[in-house]
Ligand binder design. Structure first.
Ligand SMILES: [Zn+2]
Length: 485
């Protein structure tokens, strides 16, 4: 068995994979509305010989494409949702919208799905040459990462439990295997209904929903002093009632986001925010309705899988760039509003040796493309953001990495990322990711001890059990929709 054979097969299939990535880039569909993107994946995967299930966990734009039989069962995760307001011409180094106010792949999820597709195709080729029962690969199409947290809904419905492990990646501005953890996060929308009246003539007849939102926000401000140090609460008023001050506002809505490292702590804090909302309704004589929007758990790092990804990344190598690609990347770096000289990746923060390596390799963060692999460092450090990969990692050993798909230092969710995501730089990054995922999966199929070790580590780290942030009866929804009374 030579992993290189299957990585070469991915190379043979690269035109198909690039075409998918570029089409998804063009579709640029928002969270949970990725209908064309999902259909394209399902079509291509069927043509490639996978058995495709769609929808998954009641989510229309989620799919599961499997090949092979028996165990181990390895999951490869892909995403394909875009962001609003980021329409941008591909390959341009200046802001240039294609569609005014249109969507764009500012997080590079067109590449995320396509890189995972490349891996699935390579793994399928490997499994097709093994005796039946040697193992199964499932490529999961996970919609709504930017809003909706489909993976957490899939977690609630038992999708991840059947896996022996899961692997994924994300486009970035450097090549690194990521470690550490992040925050759990729960989003809930609270709507208040009051009674409209003339604010001067008949104020006693009115009950203000806007007052309820303000009282609730004030209550939460007081809560901040008495909550765990690492927790965070954010909010946005999504409906402030009307625009006439002489009317008592009969409706108002506020969206809350509660974060803590562990989902069980976020859930407990969430309950206190719920109580405050009820108190606000009581104080203002309004009615309250709340709607769960989404929620996700923190990630559980798995050193065994991370080391294996790193080993495969070393074997695969990183993309190399032409003079033309470097000139374009350089022009993109010149277009940033804010320049910082922060070094790429994050492993250097905890290791002086890695810091010295990254300083040298990136020429002190001045290279337009980070064309090197950052040494791996296991970490339990927490980053403040959240991802629904967390819920996968509480139910099966999981690991992830980044490949350079964007110019060095490119801001997250930016037009620069959209521009780069449909160029040869993006193609190189996603193909590299596909090969690393494929090589890692083959190692796992070949050596059952690796999965055993990953599972042992996983069992130790998840022994408190999984606290699903998604309620039993919740359905995937997006925030901002008006709650009806
Ligand atoms: Zn993303």
């Amino acid at each position: 068995m030579d992993k290189k054979t299957y990585q070469a097969y991915i190379e043979e299939k690269k035109e198909l994979v690039f075409e998918v990535s570029d089409k998804i880039w063009e579709y640029a569909e928002l969270s949970l509305k990725e209908h064309k993107s999902c259909q394209l994946y399902c079509k291509v995967l069927k043509e490639e010989g996978f058995t495709v299930e769609n929808p998954v966990a009641g989510i229309e734009t989620a799919f599961a494409a499997s090949f092979g039989s028996g165990s181990p069962v390895i999951g490869i995760l892909g995403e394909y949702d875009a962001l609003s307001g980021l329409s941008q011409k591909a390959g341009a180094a200046e802001r240039c919208e294609i569609l005014e106010g249109g969507n764009g792949h500012g997080c590079g999820h067109n590449m995320l799905g396509a890189g995972s597709l490349a891996a699935a195709i390579g793994i399928k080729k490997y499994l097709s040459e093994k005796p039946a029962g040697s193992g199964t690969v499932i490529f999961f199409g996970c919609p709504g990462e930017e809003g909706g947290a489909a993976k957490a809904f899939m977690a609630r419905d038992g999708v991840w439990k059947k896996l022996d492990c899961a692997l994924t990646w994300h486009p970035g501005d450097c090549n690194q295997v990521t470690s550490g953890t992040c925050n759990s996060c729960i989003q809930t929308e609270y709507a208040f209904q009051g009674i409209a009246s003339h604010a001067a003539g008949n104020p006693e007849l009115g009950r203000s929903a806007l007052d309820a939102v303000e009282v609730m926000n004030m209550g939460v401000q007081f809560l901040r002093e008495h909550m765990p140090q690492e927790a965070r609460i954010h909010y946005a008023i999504t409906d402030a009632g009307g625009v006439s001050p002489n009317v008592v506002q009969p409706h108002a809505q506020v969206l809350y986001m509660v974060r803590s490292v562990l989902a069980k702590d976020a859930l407990a804090l969430q309950k206190r925010v719920d109580d405050i909302a009820e108190g606000a309704a009581l104080i203002t004589g309004t009615r309250l309705k709340k709607k769960f929007i989404d929620g996700c758990s923190n990630t559980v790092p798995n050193k065994v899988l991370e080391e294996l990804l790193y080993q495969n990344f070393q074997e695969t190598g990183v993309p190399e760039y032409t003079e033309e690609e470097l000139a374009y990347a350089k022009a993109l770096t010149n277009s940033y509003e804010f320049h910082d000289d922060r070094l790429p990746g994050d492993a250097w923060e905890e290791s002086p040796e890695i810091k010295a390596f990254v300083e040298k390799a990136s020429e002190n963060a001045t290279k337009p493309m980070n064309d090197f692999l950052i040494p791996y460092l296991y970490s339990e450090k927490k980053t403040p953001g959240s991802t629904d990969v967390g819920d996968v990692s509480w139910l099966t050993p999981a690991a992830q990495f980044n490949t350079a798909c964007f110019a060095a230092g490119s801001p997250g969710h930016s037009w620069q990322n959209v521009s780069c995501g449909c160029t040869s730089i993006g193609h190189k990054g996603l193909l590299c990711a596909g090969k690393v995922l494929c090589g890692t999966a083959i190692d796992l199929f070949e050596d059952p001890k690796l999965i055993e070790a990953a599972k042992e580590e996983f069992a130790e780290k998840t022994k408190i059990g999984y606290y699903c942030p998604v309620p039993e009866d919740a359905k995937p929804v997006l925030s901002g929709e008006k709650i009806e009374f």
